[in-house]
Ligand binder design. Structure first.
Ligand code: TXA
Ligand code: MG
Length: 330
């Protein structure tokens, strides 16, 4: 076996699994860990070897910075430069949970984590085993989503294994992720902006900070990772926004699959039909989204029409990228 080959072991996400993960991380290895959002590919932030492996295993562009996962607010604050009261307000309200806060970094942050930026992305994940692993390490864990770059993120251990089998030594299996889309990323600059929508809404953040957020403008830095092709299965994905999906589908020619809301399923005629959730069930749609995107290529269909709702920003944002902007407006 050369250094790029591993027998990938899957262990339950429990105390003994956490101990094994911490040991491998200490040795400069990478391991996959469950979080409430998606599975992460973890390395200790003070192990250059591990950080390098993250980029190699995922085939991730080197200019895309990593989120530092901390076991609590006090660890996170050790990496921020002069954190103001906005960080503490957001941390009190949403940590541990699916919010990543981008702030000015200090010298404690290893350069290879931030890809040369003067900011750092900080998050305290909700999954207790993930936090146990961080506590055992005593330093933050850098962890992008545990997918190959451009593929949809994994929301269960089986999907991590499918994408990374033979490339990493260990996956901790903590079942299906409760949220199912990656964390909301909020940038605290002179103004506050949302760099990536997630389960924690813009409105919830505005309520806690008692200020309005701004839309990211061309002049403000966006999360570098958001500029790449993303979340894309190999098959063609097309979106439909509107109220007449079943009629729209009747007008579509050829062989295709459909991802629809539960209420409209009986009116859909297609080779394959997958339900993403009830029309108003934003959380359910979030939870199933990546499972569905990761499953599309296994069907014998080259083209998929997916019904989505622009109000559900986190779902819509990922689907827009998966479809590379191809949308029908009903
Ligand atoms: O829910 C999540 O956030 C998951 C779990 C594993 O915690 N992690 C995750 O990491 O989604 P990743 O690397 O797949 O996405 C992180 C995004 C990237 O688009 C990256 O460019 C952005 O965060 N990012 C990281 N550091 C940043 C910084 N200093 N400024 C702006 N964006 C940053
Ligand atoms: Mg990712």
């Amino acid at each position: 076996m050369n250094s790029h080959m591993h027998k990938t072991t899957v262990l339950p996400a429990d105390k003994s699994g956490a101990a094994r993960a911490a040991q491998l991380l200490d040795d400069g290895e990478v391991v996959a860990l469950p979080s409430e959002t998606v599975y992460g590919l973890a390395a200790r932030c003070d192990r250059e070897q591990g950080l390098e492996k993250i980029f190699k295993v995922k085939n991730r562009p080197a200019d895309n910075p990593l989120i530092l996962h901390c076991d609590g607010t006090s660890m996170a604050l050790r990496y921020a430069k002069n954190p103001d009261e906005r960080v503490k307000k957001l941390a009190d309200a949403f940590w541990p949970g699916p919010l990543t806060i981008v702030v000015k970094r200090n010298d404690n942050v290893p350069d290879s984590v931030t890809a040369g930026q003067d900011t750092v992305a900080l998050r305290v994940p909700k999954n207790e085993i993930f936090r146990d692993v961080i506590t055992l390490c005593g330093v933050p864990i850098a962890a992008p989503s545990a997918n190959i770059s451009t593929s949809p993120s994994p929301t269960d251990a089986g999907e991590v294994l499918r994408q990374l089998d033979g490339k990493i030594p260990l996956i901790l299996d903590g079942g299906s992720c409760a949220v199912g889309v990656e964390s909301t990323i909020v940038l605290l600059d002179e103004v506050v902006s949302i760099l990536r929508p997630g389960d924690i809404s813009r409105l919830a953040i505005e309520k806690v900070l008692r200020i309005n957020t701004v839309d990211k403008k061309k002049s403000t830095p966006i999360a570098p990772g958001m500029k790449y092709r993303h979340y894309a299965p190999k098959c063609e994905v097309l979106l439909y926004c509107g109220d007449n999906f079943a009629d729209f589908i009747k007008s579509c020619k050829g062989e295709f699959g459909v991802v629809c809301f539960e209420e409209e399923q009986e009116d859909i005629v297609a080779k394959e039909c997958i339900i993403i959730g009830r029309a108003n069930d934003e959380k359910g749609q979030q939870r199933r989204l990546f499972k569905i995107l990761n499953s599309l290529d296994a069907h014998d269909v080259d083209r998929w029409y997916i019904h989505t709702d622009k109000r559900f920003e986190a779902v819509y944002n990922r689907l827009f990228k998966a479809a590379q902007g191809k949308i029908f407006q009903g």
